[in-house]
Write a protein that binds this ligand. Structure first.
Ligand SMILES: NC(=O)c1ccc[n+]([C@@H]2O[C@H](COP(=O)([O-])OP(=O)(O)OC[C@H]3O[C@@H](n4cnc5c(N)ncnc54)[C@H](OP(=O)(O)O)[C@@H]3O)[C@@H](O)[C@H]2O)c1
Length: 181
């Protein structure tokens, strides 16, 4: 059977937020020099089959006002959205239901290696123990409040850190694998 993996690649503030209290992400550019180096995003995305993101993250990307940035299929979790913009109908699908149902639908389309994105979305996957790997880039800024990466869990989940990279003595990136024993 094809191996199925759900992976996270995300940047957080030092206090664990992925967006500030106004949903802003400008602080991700606190250290612009980081944009000049390879932080592994392209290598990561080249190995996944599809993205699964929450509606809020989808709308944030739409509001960037740039060309659609993803070449892989994108599945957007939403109970509220009825359709996606016409120009994205070939690359974005709306999905809803339990995570089991959603994953079955995505796997049935041949996508097994998934990039899970969006705070609430990642939290709901973690709650059901469905995240296998997390690459977390920590921007050393304290925001004090905002949208958290992590939330409540059904039980503690262990991870092991298999790689750490320090960029410019400022930004640290850790790769965690789920560690079950
Ligand atoms: N720092 C970073 O690297 C990074 C990365 C990604 C995103 N962000 C930021 O994070 C913020 C978004 O995160 P977020 O926590 O607010 O939300 P999110 O996970 O992007 O979206 C949450 C929404 O997704 C839908 N959803 C989630 N689980 C669902 C399920 N099982 N079934 C159906 N729908 C489901 C719901 O939308 P409905 O109300 O439509 O049902 C829910 O309100 C944005 O500000 C974005 O810019 C930052």
């Amino acid at each position: 059977m094809t191996e199925k993996k759900n992976k996270v690649f995300i940047a957080t503030s030092l206090d664990g937020f992925i967006a500030d209290k106004d949903q802003g992400i400008e602080w991700l550019n606190s250290f612009p020099e980081i944009n000049e180096v390879d932080t592994g995003y392209e290598a990561f995305i080249s190995k996944i089959d599809a993205l699964v993101m929450g509606r809020t993250t989808f709308e944030t990307v739409l509001n960037f006002g740039i060309e659609w940035p993803y070449k892989k299929p994108v599945f957007v979790l939403s109970n509220r959205l009825k359709k996606v913009p016409d120009e994205l109908s070939g690359s974005v699908q709306l999905v809803r239901g339990t995570l089991d149902e959603i994953l079955k639908q995505i796997h049935n389309q041949g996508h097994h290696n998934l990039y899970i994105d969006g705070g609430k979305t990642i939290q709901s996957f973690l709650k059901e123990e469905l995240i296998d790997e997390m690459v977390i880039t920590t921007i050393p800024i304290l925001l004090g409040s905002g949208i958290p990466l992590f939330g409540e869990l059904s039980k503690p989940l262990k991870f092991k850190c298999i790689e750490t990279t320090l960029f410019f003595d400022k930004v640290v990136q850790n790769r965690f694998l789920r560690f079950e024993n």
